[in-house]
Design a protein around this ligand. Sequence first.
Ligand SMILES: Nc1ncnc2c1ncn2[C@@H]1O[C@H](COP(=O)(O)OP(=O)(O)OP(=O)(O)O)[C@@H](O)[C@H]1O
Ligand SMILES: [Mg+2]
Length: 774
Amino acid sequence: MNRYPLLHCINRQTLTNTMYRQISNPLLKLISSNSSLVRCVLERSRAHACSRRFCIQTVPHRVIFNVPVRSKHTRPEPKVLGRTTKKRKTMLEMKRNSKPKPAPTLESLVVPVPVEPHVSKNSTDIGAELAGVLKREEVVSVFRLLSVDKSCMEVAAEKGITGDLYRKAMLDFKRFCVESIELPVEMHIILKDIANGAGHVSDMLPFFMEHAIAMYPHLRCLEDLKKISDLSSPVHWYPAARAVKRRIIYHSGPTNSGKTYQALQKFFRAESGVYCGPLRLLANEIFHRSNREGTPCDLVTGEERICVDPDGNPACHVSCTVEMTSLDTPYEVAVIDEIQMLRDENRGWAWTRALLGINAEEVHVCGEGTAEEFIREIAESVGDTFEMNTYERLTPLEVMDEPLGDLKYVQPGDAVVCFTKADIYKVSQKLETIGIESAVIYGSLPSGTKVSQANNFNNPNHPAKVLVATDAIGMGLNLSIQRIVFYSLNKPSVDGEGNFTKSSIKPHEALQIAGRAGRFGKTKKTGLVTTLFGEDLPKLKKLMATSIQKIEKVGLQPAVNQIELFAYHLPQSTLSNLIDIFMTLCSLDHSRYFMCRMDSFKTLADVIEGVPLDLTVRYTFCCSPISTTKPFVIAAMLMMARRFSKGSPLTEKFLTSVIEWPLKSPKTLADLVHLEDVFDVLDLYLWLGYRFPDMFVHMEETRAMQGVLELKIQEAVQEIVRLLLNETRRAQGNPLIPGKKLREKVPEMSIKETLLKDGVLRKLMKTNNKKHRR
Ligand SMILES: Nc1ncnc2c1ncn2[C@@H]1O[C@H](COP(=O)(O)OP(=O)(O)OP(=O)(O)O)[C@@H](O)[C@H]1O
Ligand SMILES: [Mg+2]
């Protein structure tokens, strides 16, 4: 059974194309319980030209695929090998028909602690001596009555033992009594009395309750757990901010209206200030801008700290990513950018924390006006003042009446926006074949590569006049885009139940992306927006005309000390189980707040569950901002956690062996994707290194490696079409094209979303099937 090492527990979010390809690797094992998942996996894996044997085991996961419906208009049918349209429609129907799973109950989440029967016998069984030997049938007959006794049920219910919990506790108690060779004296006598008709079944109630509480320790501390997880009044969590009467100034307006610009004017002129941005890229930009403008400013992101003072004294100004905002330092001016991110289901908590907790006299919030009412009410409730500044777009933005129709009509200054990497590759390839050079930007590229691609596109002397990008351009990059062309309006995502779906972008996303066209100061003319395919244009117009819903609820997340207290009360629970229990028990003001999703956290918690780590360390590892769809990065994190748990410093030597440094320049797309993953591993090292400086001892060396790697990635992205072409050539056993551009038609088959180098993965996973238990 275990001939196949486990990659990691594949869950619904991680079922990407990469996964399918990997599970066809004989070294890996898929874990699933769902027959439709298994069927899909087999089909998809065969589609990836693999017909290896599979080893299938069950765990409770479920998956439903959403496959794009065939359009009767102009959009070409995406090619998926080995599957028919009919089959794909069936999959879509399966998704539509799937009912949302009800929220888990506490009973379904608590894991019972085993209560072992007494199997060793004392020299004298006093109970048997006093009351006589207890026969199995007698115990069973008592339990037949006890399990349906009304008074027993009522008393148990008062302690929270109801429904499934009652049934399971009763069964387990019966097993305990039947399997114990010797029972406690008093219990033995009472059982015997009841069996003889000299007592009532309810006499067993105290023993049952004791057993149930031993099995479910949360029952003993339910009230404490509820108090710990009371999140009903977040405004009171930040006494330092509450001690100041803050001036909240809301800069509201559409994209490209100068909101951030105006807020930054205050930041630059203040005695001290903090800028909280949504991305590392933006934090970096403001850091440089501030220093350029003569306001010394430090940089703080998860992976990078720069102190401008050569002696290491902190500057009075700091530019940071919003998660890194210090709530302990008082500032004159704080700028919280992209405030609408309060509603983000994953990261919203960071904006809520900054908004409620920042200790500044003036708090400038910039973004869509949708959070006005929420922030105004919060400000009034805590005694802060509130001012509203509304802006208009600095350049006009127009939705065109015509779609582009064909990529051959692209013009200099166009940005073709796609939502998958596969589409990015497809569009770049098509442009290349018609002789148009493009710059490429997508989310998993290192920030420096994004900036260099953006610079190429912005540079009038560079041949790349067209940009092909994902919505990664939605925030943070200054681009001279004249026209946005949506290649598609559908975006893949993971829904609330963890199913992989593809759905239409939201109006605010459409506006944010479209708003990149006609950036003030970068382009002269009106910004234009259209779609590639005619069928999408009415939808785009509708999206652009839809008014964005106001923000009613903002995100929250538990704090590490709350989870630590939970772990103290429930020592048998895994970290991911503790999170689930917390989410179920916590009390919220549901009219204003929601709990942010912690899927990624829980996936990482499950991956390192078997590694013996302190809870705080474990919690920190799980907060790592890595993509759970990248097995290579997850496997590297597991190796780091193991090494950490042994107390061995994570040295350059260790790191280079994990990533197989030095790495060659990529020849194929798979090589490039692998380099991007390696870059993320180095980022992870740096991120953890700032949290555990004593263990991650080679930060500078890691940064140097990142520099080298980034250059290789930058070069490779310039030649992405050659890499794409080589992908097919390698599969067909043909010689690869060396590093020079060729205008050759790339077969559709070669367009792959993501790939991994099997050899490296194999090495990383070598130790993965070893059992590590806490
Ligand atoms: N008064 C101004 N003088 C000179 N440049 C300006 C002025 N206002 C805005 N800009 C420039 O216009 C561009 C857009 O401004 P800004 O980034 O502040 O817009 P925004 O409303 O924050 O946009 P987004 O919603 O996309 O973040 C920037 O390059 C900015 O430097
Ligand atoms: Mg802005």
